[in-house]
Write a protein that binds this ligand. Structure first.
Ligand code: ATP
Ligand code: ZN
Length: 294
């Protein structure tokens, strides 16, 4: 029997769409079992385990899964609080589920800097990250652990301020709070078990990593083609965002002109096309890139 790589992702929530999409873009189709806790992948020897996000760092650390996709906020909090002797290891950021952990306080507060929090009680589900930030800022305040509905704590007088994940700020606003300071900026990250994988498993992992890397680098990348005056090759290459070495081709019957083909690793905007035109480029085409492998 082949050794299969076990990957943990969030079953449903703010990480799950991005996680499923990443795996899909890596060419993995997940067929979910009846109990919906396991998914099997046909294309590669990979099993997917669908969990609550909070359980993922522990499952990966304890070798119940080999790798996992988790919010950096939850992962770092687990590292600070759980005191696991062999915690999971961060492999790479994945560029989705970006959010901020922020301190927020009553709208009427006159807040200038972290010192304004001295002596306050701060309700949070992230006592580790909040405590570490307060320490870095040199402020003595007390994180009060709350599992859910952190934002109602000030109204209930259980706390003076909160430290919570903020995206639009609408929830804070509805509770009479305003954001004051950013404690942690998070995105989804790939984590792995610290123990060495079997050579078979390592090979599956390496192949998957290459695909993930390809998906991430091609996410914003574009293939750009244009005709340009031979004299403008240097200026155009310098101008194109995130280009290493473009391909330059002769144009039949037009000795002063060339075709330039390049992979831009960043998004290409209208304004940049207009600049290229000013440099003498014409017939500019920007094409999406479906797959990329270094
Ligand atoms: P579970 O039921 O699995 O325990 P949950 O309710 O604890 O889920 P979610 O709200 O699904 O968690 O959030 C999961 C992760 O998604 C967060 O820990 C954070 O990393 C990220 N996240 C949270 N809010 C946002 C947001 N508004 N935008 C983008 N990412 C977010
Ligand atoms: Zn959770």
């Amino acid at each position: 029997m082949t050794d299969r790589l076990r990957i943990a992702i969030q079953k449903s929530g703010r990480l799950s769409d991005g996680s499923f999409e990443l795996l899909k873009n890596c060419g993995l189709k997940i067929s979910r079992g009846k109990d919906r806790l396991y998914g099997r992948v046909k294309e590669m020897p990979i099993d997917v385990m669908l969990l609550r996000d909070d359980d993922i760092p522990e499952f990966v650390a304890d070798d119940a899964c080999d790798i996992g996709i988790i919010g950096e906020n939850v992962f770092e909090e687990a590292l600070l609080v759980d005191g696991h002797d062999a915690p999971a290891e961060r492999v790479m950021p994945l560029g989705f589920a970006r959010c901020k952990l922020m301190i927020a306080g009553p709208k009427e507060w006159d807040y200038e800097n972290a010192n304004g929090l001295a002596g306050k009680r701060i309700a949070t589900s992230y006592p580790g990250l909040t405590g570490a930030w307060l320490e870095r800022e040199g402020v003595k305040a007390r994180p009060v652990m709350m599992k859910g509905s952190v934002e109602v704590a000030p109204r209930l007088k259980v706390a003076d301020a909160v430290c919570d994940i903020v995206s639009t700020g609408a929830t804070l606003d509805a509770n009479g709070l305003k954001p004051l300071a950013t404690v942690f900026e998070s995105e989804a990250v790939l984590i792995r078990n610290r123990n060495a994988f079997s050579s078979e498993k390592q090979a599956i992992f390496d192949a998957l990593l290459k695909r993930i890397d390809g998906v991430i680098t091609s996410r914003d990348a574009k293939y750009v083609m244009m005709n340009a005056p031979r004299a403008a090759i240097g200026a155009i290459t310098e101008y194109l965002p995130g280009v290493d070495a473009p391909t330059v081709l002769d144009l039949a019957g037009q000795p002063d002109k060339v075709a330039i083909h390049a992979v831009c690793r960043e998004s290409v905007f209208w304004g940049q096309l207009e600049e290229l035109k000013k440099l003498g480029a014409s017939a500019i085409l920007v094409l999406p890139i479906e797959k990329m492998m270094a």
